[in-house]
Design a protein around this ligand. Structure first.
Ligand code: ATP
Length: 348
């Protein structure tokens, strides 16, 4: 168990910068999620923490130790990746045992540790099978058991669930969170899936183009996105973002008229989440582009002044396309962003 500190980490590939001056303090026992679109630098960051890549600049501290010159195998981190990387010729039992043998754990202690790790992920009954005879979810659980069998200081997980179907992903998600709470091991988890980030994280770090955009708890990031990138990344569907004009406490754009704080002026972007809208209303007026019932709610896509606005409508909402619909937006959940894309805070 350990805290982790990244001090101004930079990773350059020739003239291209993969990660730009990244500083981050991860607390002991924290579950931290690195979230961002493909190519934003998540895996690169993870590989530098693991010791598989060397930062071009900056330094990394794990626990009390500066690990810049410490080999990957001596960093006491356990990794779980998207590809399960189990040894195909070894049984599940032997796969889980492997890190114990590598670390020289006495043979008499190994069996108990292996069975305990397997039972944590409910694999006790499959220990004799080879990976080829397991389902994707079982293979992923075997990889997890192999990571947890010895208590490392740090877990690094890079998109460990992305090969699984949606249902299995959801059940493995809760299993990973439970395991992390149980073992109390500092964990860094990489994903491009905002639902995974929101559900798993104590704190989320959102990255774009190698640069941290915001660090916060899931609630902070959902309620107070720091900029339009974060606003447009979190939420399913994400926040509606509309460019328009603010003057005298009113924001207007084609089909949109909402109140705004008096200090919000000029060319700005207004943001509101699909779940903060109600039908009927007069704040947003458009025509129906699509209606998608999901059972527990209905996704409504409106054409508003030539742009699409997403609304979460009641489960019973139905409408023909092109029908006129007016929507009310909860004024307490309106967000405004300046020309530079940054959130405009409420005046004190
Ligand atoms: P994904 O979700 O697709 O895995 P990521 O956020 O993990 O994306 P990284 O793998 O960290 O992204 O890559 C960050 C950037 O660095 C990308 O633009 C990538 O093309 C670039 N990059 C990564 N490794 C190298 C390399 N060895 N040489 C040159 N560029 C690289």
């Amino acid at each position: 168990m350990a805290s982790i500190r990244l001090n101004n980490i930079v990773k350059r590939y020739g003239v291209f910068t993969g990660v730009e001056k990244m500083s981050l303090d991860i607390e002991d026992e924290e579950f931290l999620v690195l979230l961002g679109p493909s190519g934003c630098g998540k895996t690169t960051t993870m590989r530098m923490i693991a010791g598989l890549d060397t930062p071009t600049e900056g330094s990394i501290v794990i626990g009390d130790e500066i690990v810049d010159d410490v080999d990957a195998r001596d960093r006491d981190v356990a990794m779980v990746f998207q590809s399960y990387a189990l040894y195909p010729n070894m049984s599940v039992y032997e796969n889980i045992r492997f890190p114990l043998r590598m670390r020289g754990v006495p043979a008499k202690d190994q069996d108990g540790l292996i069975r305990r790790a397997a039972s944590m992920v409910e694999l006790e009954h499959l220990l004799e099978r080879k990976p080829g005879a397991l389902s994707g979810g079982q293979r992923q659980r075997a990889a997890l058991a192999r990571a947890v069998v010895r208590k490392p200081q740090v877990f690094l997980m890079d998109e460990p669930l992305s090969n699984l179907d949606a249902k299995l992903r959801a059940s493995m998600r809760v299993q990973i969170k439970h395991l992390q709470r149980q073992l109390k091991i500092t964990t860094i988890y990489v994903t491009h899936d905002q639902i995974e980030a929101m559900t798993l994280a104590d704190r989320i770090v959102i990255m774009d183009k190698g640069i941290i955009q915001q660090i916060g708890t899931p609630d902070q990031i959902y309620s107070n996105p720091a900029n339009v990138f974060v606003a447009g990344f979190i939420g399913g569907p994400p926040m509606n973002l509309v460019e328009g004009q603010a003057e005298g406490g009113v924001f207007t754009a084609p089909g949109v008229t909402v109140p705004c704080p008096p200090h919000v002026r000029g060319k700005v972007t207004a943001g509101f989440r699909p779940e903060d809208c109600q039908i009927p209303g007069t704040d947003v007026v458009g025509t129906v582009f699509g209606v998608e019932p999901t059972g527990d709610m209905t996704y409504l896509t409106l054409d508003v002044g030539g742009r699409h606005i997403e609304i979460k409508a009641p489960r019973t909402f139905r409408s023909p396309i092109d029908a006129a619909v007016g929507v009310a937006v909860d004024p307490g959940h309106l967000h405004f962003f300046g020309l530079d894309g940054r959130r405009i805070e409420r005046a004190e």
